[in-house]
Design a protein around this ligand. Structure first.
Ligand SMILES: N[C@@H](CCC(=O)N[C@@H](CS)C(=O)NCC(=O)O)C(=O)O
Length: 112
């Protein structure tokens, strides 16, 4: 499944300074496959966006398959151009304890 680009419905606004357009154009130019999800142009009519982000209603937002999101048009555009439009890496998991090496042949604890 492709990433989702959530943007405002002012799709006619194709000016460099328009945040949603800036992000969409960068995805297009980078050849990234995405599903477009349009929301109201009015921030206060985007309760579903607040639900998705856990707070902010600002668009654009990229939603990854794992449910994580990326915000801010400049960040989305930079990541798209640099081929790094991927979810942020989760915090590093602690290293598992090193396994005991198996006993050498003939050592106690090793059959044969
Ligand atoms: N700094 C944000 C600005 C986002 C922004 O202003 N988005 C517009 C849509 S393109 C918006 O949500 N406008 C409605 C509002 O601010 O009420 C970004 O670049 O992503």
């Amino acid at each position: 499944m492709a990433v989702k680009l959530h943007r405002c419905s002012a799709t006619w606004a194709k000016l460099g300074g328009h945040p949603c357009w800036r992000a969409q154009k960068a995805l297009d130019e980078a050849g990234i496959d995405y599903e477009l999800v349009l929301h109201s142009s009015l921030r206060f009519r985007r309760p579903e966006v607040a639900e998705l982000t856990g707070g902010t209603k600002a668009l654009p937002i990229v939603e990854f398959e794992d449910g994580s999101i990326l915000r801010e048009s400049a960040v989305i555009a930079d990541r798209a151009r640099s081929g790094m439009l991927v979810p942020d890496a989760p915090a590093a998991a602690p290293e598992p304890p090193a396994a005991e090496p198996p006993p050498a042949p003939g050592e106690p604890g090793r059959p044969g």
